[in-house]
Unconditional design. Structure first.
Length: 105
């Protein structure tokens, strides 16, 4: 019975670690999405990002890490909603892509 308790405790610890790691990555993604919109002079809509994909990959040092893709919405005029995507490995930003939009003069 002690080994079952230990296994349950380890599973709980892994879940808690994953939860906090996901929250940390979400905050980084939100801040970077907001920064990308500021740099592009567009509105970051809803002040949020949502995870659209999750997988495993190797980071730059060769260790296994989570690869997360986040989706966000932005608008150049306030009348439209366009999509952007942010890809992270661990807590490192790999890429940020935004749907084509009109540049306002």
């Amino acid at each position: 019975m002690a080994s079952m308790d230990l296994l349950l405790l380890l599973l709980l610890a892994a879940f808690v670690w994953y939860w906090f790691d996901s929250l940390h990555a979400l905050e980084i993604a939100r801040a970077e999405g907001k920064r990308a919109c500021l740099d592009a002079h567009v509105q970051f809509l809803d002040d949020t990002v949502s995870r659209s994909a999750l997988g495993l990959t190797r980071n730059v040092s060769g260790r296994v890490a989570f690869r997360r893709t986040y989706r966000f919405e932005f608008s150049e005029t306030g009348d439209t909603r366009r999509e952007g995507y942010l890809v992270m490995t661990g807590t490192r930003i790999e890429s940020i892509t935004m749907e084509p939009y009109r540049i306002q003069s």
